[in-house]
Design a protein around this ligand. Structure first.
Ligand code: ADP
Ligand code: MG
Length: 726
């Protein structure tokens, strides 16, 4: 009798699992929302009026906080946190590892009289000094000067977070070196927000507005993820260590029946989602939408949009809450971009817009965009940003995981194009044709564009294939990976749009100086920009193989993978997008290029090692065992005086794939040794991409073939059908 292997006993357990999963906290949403945030309301209640007013000024206008005020604010935070049961605080920051970092300190401080008291000083609130020598700095910080500082970012509120039953006070922070260089994802994001605000205000002023005081980038990230049973997950070292399955034959049923998308949500998953939503609401995160996604076991969570600074922090918290809550429900939340071959991967649709301090959406065209010169300027800027400055945007979404989506037959392609819809494209063409200019009379378009019907409100890109779609009053950048921080993508987007606005404003201001009014200036200047950047507009099917050829003719970049994209990071015109407004210096950019390349190399090497260890110690022994059994059967058949027949065929097949696996692993050893000799980091990354990754696929083919041949009771790894369908 075959001995039961963990996989089969786990399956039995799942089948017998009792119903009833932890109940989420059922406090009415409106009461729960923001409960764990030290909100403006709490600050108003708990701070002296003068301190509160000055803090508001800091939040709105970045004015510095005095040490005395910082002490008062810190003390109020500590009182609130300890009343709620917190014992520790942490500066919470986003180093270049791509995940968040925290180091907890107790409020406990010895008092002069020998007693122990709870204390939180302004100094501790404002600045932390973690022993930060192990965070990636790409050469900016050699270890002898290892100091890195975390600094409180007052524009993102502090909050309480419960984990393992303990409440901790989290202080959102930036992370910089002692020379002031950015070591994190947040510092350049904040700088990019300033840059785009300044350039956008310049446009508003040009068109005569003197009310708005600042412009904000807003972001609403739609987050995709997979849920699998934790017991099965725990039997897949590849999922645990690399986030994706390095082996796995397709399940007999994948996503072809399209019965998962928007399907009824299974009770355990719904209970999980409900707990997630409640926890997010307590943190002041406006989680709103939840549904089944296209692939089996794939889901989406979308919050309402927020100011980009908060949106970035909140998305990091969403990832954390998803992961931790899943564990409590006996689930594992997979955030990798491509956990399973052959079914859809996961991304983030990064909905982005600009709005001013009066709440006006600058990326909203209104029903008649041809009369809205200001919107047309912002539209031209976005087209210029995605066309002329597309490489920074591509770099904003690089990563070994995302390479399985972008440029790999999966949504969306690596070619950056913009979906505008036919109507808005026609408006642009009217500008280019000059019909718009010549017919302009006293603030309204008289003729020439009569064919243009008022813009439909809902021009959502229904085919969902565009990497950058205009969806009514916002732009949706869909190339961001599900596991990634949205900070780099939004930093690049803000930076590129700031540069484009700057370029366009310079021309507008020149035209204005020569005597044209603002609207006429726009009609003189914009056609040139629209003409130059129309090639980036593509309303068709981005999956069509023809598009790749067409895009090449149009001169659009097709940087299919992380390494090709990063090889351009040091290009003068790429760096200029970040250096023009001081968002990142050349030194900071070079360090980021190195860190991102190293991260790519390391994660690919982890997968390489996984393939080797799983291949040799889990799969090959099972394959050889099966071969022995097949040989026994074959011998018995022959001893019975028959030809081998099916026993021969079975033996031959197992023999072939086991041989391929064994030889493939040996070759992988050789290739790894050869690649690891390369010293230059870019060349090493290329070696990993060109030499190792293809060899991993060769081995996978042998393993996946074995999975379909070997006695099901012996296969050690949970199969796709078990992971994806329950
Ligand atoms: P769609 O279904 O067209 O993608 P939704 O209205 O469902 O759009 O919104 C998807 C995401 O876009 C949500 O996170 C939403 O808050 C966000 N969003 C809506 N309006 C804006 C805006 N003006 N700026 C940024 N994000 C927005
Ligand atoms: Mg969307």
């Amino acid at each position: 009798m075959t001995k039961s292997i963990p996989r089969t006993s786990v399956k039995a357990h799942i089948a017998q699992a009792p119903g009833g999963y932890p109940e989420s906290e059922k406090i009415p949403a409106q009461e729960l929302f923001g409960r764990d945030v030290f909100s403006l309301k709490l600050m108003r209640d708990r701070l002296p009026k003068s301190v509160f007013t000055r803090l508001l000024d800091t939040i709105d206008n970045d004015s510095p906080i005095s040490p005395a005020d910082a002490d008062v604010i810190a003390s109020a935070m500590k009182d609130w946190a300890t009343e709620r049961g917190a014992t520790h605080f942490t500066h919470w920051f986003q180093p270049l590892t791509g995940v968040t970092a925290e180091k907890h300190d107790a409020f406990l401080t010895p008092a002069p009289d020998g007693e122990i008291i709870n204390e939180f000083s302004g100094k501790l609130l404002i600045k932390g000094e973690p022993d930060a020598s192990s965070f990636p700095s790409g050469g900016i910080r050699s270890t002898f000067e290892a100091r890195g500082y975390t600094a409180w970012d007052p524009t993102s509120p502090v909050f309480l977070m419960k984990s393992g039953g303990h409440l901790t006070l989290y202080v959102p922070s930036i992370f910089i070196s002692h020379t002031g260089e950015a070591l994190d994802a947040k510092t350049p994001l904040l700088r990019s927000q300033e840059a785009v605000s300044k350039q956008a205000l310049r446009v508003l002023r040009f068109f005569g507005d003197d009310q708005a005081t600042r412009v904000r980038a807003n972001v609403g990230p739609e987050q995709e993820y997979f849920l699998v049973d934790r017991r099965l997950y725990s039997l897949r070292p590849d999922l645990i260590l690399s986030g994706r399955t390095v082996f796995g034959a397709p399940a007999p049923k994948g996503q072809e029946l399209e019965d998962h998308y928007f399907g009824a949500i299974a009770p355990r998953n719904l209970a999980f989602m409900d707990a997630v939503d409640h926890r997010l609401w307590a943190l002041g995160i406006p989680a709103r939408t939840r549904h089944n996604e296209v692939a089996p076991a794939q889901f989406e969570l979308a919050p309402m949009y927020e100011h980009v600074n908060l949106g970035v922090d909140h998305n990091m918290l969403v990832l954390k809450v998803l992961r931790e809550t899943a564990a409590e429900f006996g689930l594992a939340c997979l955030l990798h971009e491509k956990p399973f071959a052959g079914v859809n991967g996961s991304g983030k649709h990064n909905n982005w817009s600009l709005s001013d301090s009066l709440g006006r959406n600058l990326t909203d065209p209104g029903p008649t965009p041809w009369t809205n010169s200001q919107f047309m300027v912002f539209l031209a800027a976005v087209l210029r940003a995605t066309h002329k400055y597309s490489i920074p945007l591509r770099i904003g979404v690089v990563g070994a995981g995302n390479d399985h989506r972008l440029g790999a037959n999966e949504a969306p392609p690596a070619i950056l194009s913009v979906f505008l819809g036919d109507q808005l494209t026609d408006v642009i063409k009217a500008f280019i044709d000059g019909t718009a200019t010549t017919s302009w009379q006293g603030g309204a378009m008289a003729t020439g564009v009569s064919a243009l019907a008022p813009l439909a409100r809902d021009i959502t890109d229904r085919n969902r294939t565009s990497p950058f779609a205009f969806t009514g009053n916002k732009f949706e950048f869909r190339a961001v990976g599900s596991s990634q921080s949205i900070a780099p993508a939004n930093t690049a987007l803000n930076a590129a749009v700031a540069c484009a606005l700057d370029d366009i404003c310079a021309e507008l201001e020149k035209a204005h100086k020569s005597g044209l009014d603002p609207v006429k200036s726009a009609h003189q200047v914009l056609p040139k920009f629209f003409n130059e950047h129309l090639p980036v507009v593509f309303n068709g099917n981005n999956y069509d193989p023809e598009w790749e050829i067409e895009a090449q003719k149009r001169g659009l970049w097709n940087l299919k993978d992380t390494v090709s994209a990063l090889s351009h990071y040091g290009d003068k015109d790429v760096m200029e997008v970040f250096t023009r407004f001081g968002i990142l210096s050349e030194r900071e950019l070079h360090s980021r290029q190195e860190i991102l390349l190293e991260k790519y190399i390391k994660s690919c090497l982890v997968e390489t090692k996984l393939v080797k260890t799983l291949g040799r110690s889990s799969i090959l022994p099972v394959a050889l065992d099966s071969l022995k059994k097949a040989a026994d059967v074959l011998n018995s058949v022959k001893n019975a005086g028959k030809e081998g027949g099916p026993a021969q065929t079975n033996f031959d097949r197992i023999y072939k794939h086991a041989s391929d696996l064994s030889a493939g692993l040996d070759l992988l050893d050789e290739k790894t040794a050869q690649v690891e000799k390369i010293e230059d980091v870019l060349k090493l990354a290329e070696g990993v991409r060109d030499v190792l990754l293809p060899q991993l696929l060769v081995i996978r083919e042998a393993v996946d073939s074995l999975e379909l041949l070997v006695d099901d009771n012996r296969w050690p790894l949970p199969k796709y059908s078990e992971l994806l369908w329950q």
